[in-house]
Ligand binder design. Structure first.
Ligand code: ADP
Length: 481
């Protein structure tokens, strides 16, 4: 029997009324931080575990000895000084009084199962869940999970609230119910994001909804689609957040930019016209200083006009007001034209063209020249210490593939996608020496997107960049029309 106690997987020890331990099994030794029962037996409990004296557990022992009533508890925290270190350990515990033949209490048996690891892990999990809940609440995130097979959903209260169901949306709320709230104009955006998620796994979209109260809201959706082993989409999980206020501010800002750039366009055009007249008149005086000043003025005016037109372009693009006049033309001819135009005014760089691709495209020639000018001027701006710029078209049967390469600053991986965002500029000591609004690449991407093209960048920081864009080549139907 004694042997059985010794080997039992739960800690067992017996002590007399003076807290001298008479028996402790192997499992108990571990809890005491000792190697063998010999180190414990015959010793006073509080000399072994000083932290216990006067502690709650000490009072418990006293109570069991005093009343004769046993004590049972789960996950009881006990303050220990174990191996010289203060710690809290958790136990499932049973304390039983031990009596002699005359029924007098002579000590107690303590049976404990240590659960510290499990409890600490669970508490950590609870804490991180709590932190997550706080973050979700602070950011007013609505959480959702759609089962794509049964077409049912689980949603947080905040999600339902965003859709105008303060007392919870109907329990059968399906993906169709959600889609029904999306405004018709934004359905294609949502559908494209969902299709992308089916292919790539993740989705991100901003769409307008009509809430249950009939009001309009902008919502941001981010989610992932999970597939089963056969690649069939089974679940969509994500967050939804009300971004109405941010959108309102953005619209206000866009309207402001639109008005200002529009108002600036007329005066700047007439200043430019008067400058040209003045220049013609004053050049008759033959003073070289005057003509130098006019050259400088002209450059600055061109810069200003460029900024105003970029701002106008952005507002027109966002309002869907840009018209594209498609014609069929030779990209190579356009490239030669643009290169010679730019090369005339630039003495710091040599622009070289390597044309290996097919070149008939059906697109807006003006806008494609804008793309080339933007990419070439950027290549010049962001490579002040090198002199070479190479423009290549690559062989392809289906698309026009064109790269504009420089050997300048280069771009870090994290910036590569951000560069194409509106007003985005890299802020570091090198880039900050170059002025700009951060609109050129945004406009470039929009132009290409509207003509079924796309753009990306290959770059190594410190070595240079190649901005590559792709446009469909002319098809035979387009040639015949
Ligand atoms: P801007 O040049 O007016 O700032 P862009 O939209 O044309 O605006 O470019 C956005 C940012 O991308 C620039 O501020 C610059 O930091 C970076 N960038 C653009 N082209 C290059 C390039 N060829 N090499 C390195 N960085 C570039």
């Amino acid at each position: 029997m004694n042997e059985l106690y010794r080997k039992a997987p739960v800690g067992i020890f017996f002590m007399n009324k003076d807290f001298v331990v008479n028996f402790a099994n192997q499992a108990m030794c571990k809890m005491f931080g000792k190697e063998s029962p010999a180190e414990i037996e015959g010793k006073n409990l509080f000399s072994l575990l000083p932290g216990l004296e006067g502690d709650f557990i000490h009072q418990l022992y006293e109570k069991v000895i005093g009343t004769g009533e046993s004590f049972v508890d789960k996950e009881l925290p006990v303050n220990f000084i174990r191996n010289g270190k203060a710690e809290v350990a958790y136990y499932n515990i049973l304390i039983e009084p031990v009596r002699n033949d005359r029924n007098e209490i002579i000590g107690i048996v303590n049976v404990s199962l240590e659960l510290t690891e499990q409890v600490v892990n669970r508490k950590r999990l609870e804490e991180s869940q709590h932190r997550l809940d706080l973050a979700i609440e602070a950011n007013k995130l609505g959480i959702w999970e759609f089962d794509l097979l049964s077409n049912t959903s689980v949603r947080s209260a905040r999600y339902d609230e965003i859709f105008g169901y303060e007392n919870g949306a109907p329990s059968w709320w399906s993906r169709e119910d959600f889609v029904r709230h999306i405004m018709e104009e934004d359905l294609p955006t949502y559908k494209a994001a969902f299709e992308q998620a089916r292919e790539r796994g993740d989705m991100e979209a901003e769409v307008r909804i009509i809430t249950a109260h009939g009001t309009m809201k902008w919502i941001g959706i981010r989610g992932v689609i999970l597939k089963d082993d056969d690649g069939i989409p089974v679940k969509a999980i994500g967050i939804t957040v009300d971004v109405t206020e941010r959108k309102r501010q953005e619209t206000q800002k866009d309207e402001f930019i639109s008005i200002v750039s529009h108002e600036l366009k007329t005066p700047i055009t007439s200043v430019k016209a008067y400058t040209q007249i003045l220049q013609r008149e004053l050049s008759k005086l033959g003073d070289p200083k005057i003509s130098l000043m006019f050259d400088r003025m002209d450059k600055q005016l061109n810069k200003l006009t460029g900024i105003i037109y970029d701002l106008l372009d952005v507002t027109h693009m966002e309002g869907g007001k840009v018209r594209y006049n498609h014609t069929e033309f030779s990209f190579n001819d356009l490239l030669d034209e643009i290169i010679s135009e730019i090369q005339v005014g630039i003495h710091t760089h040599t622009i070289q063209a390597v044309k290996q691709g097919k070149d008939r495209i059906y697109a807006d020639r003006e806008r494609i020249s804008q793309v080339l000018v933007n990419l070439i001027t950027n290549a010049i701006k962001y490579s002040p210490k090198s002199s070479e710029i190479i423009i290549r078209t690559y062989p392809s049967e289906t698309v026009l593939l064109c790269g504009v390469q420089d050997f300048g600053f280069g771009i870090s991986d994290e910036m590569k996608t951000k560069l194409f965002e509106k007003f985005y500029r890299v802020h570091n000591s090198q880039h900050s020496t170059v002025s700009g609004l951060g609109l050129g690449l945004y406009i470039t991407r929009e132009i290409l997107k509207r003509q079924n093209g796309r753009i990306w960048v290959n770059s190594v920081l410190g070595e240079g960049s190649e901005f590559v864009f792709e446009l469909p080549l002319t098809t035979s139907e387009e040639i015949s029309t």
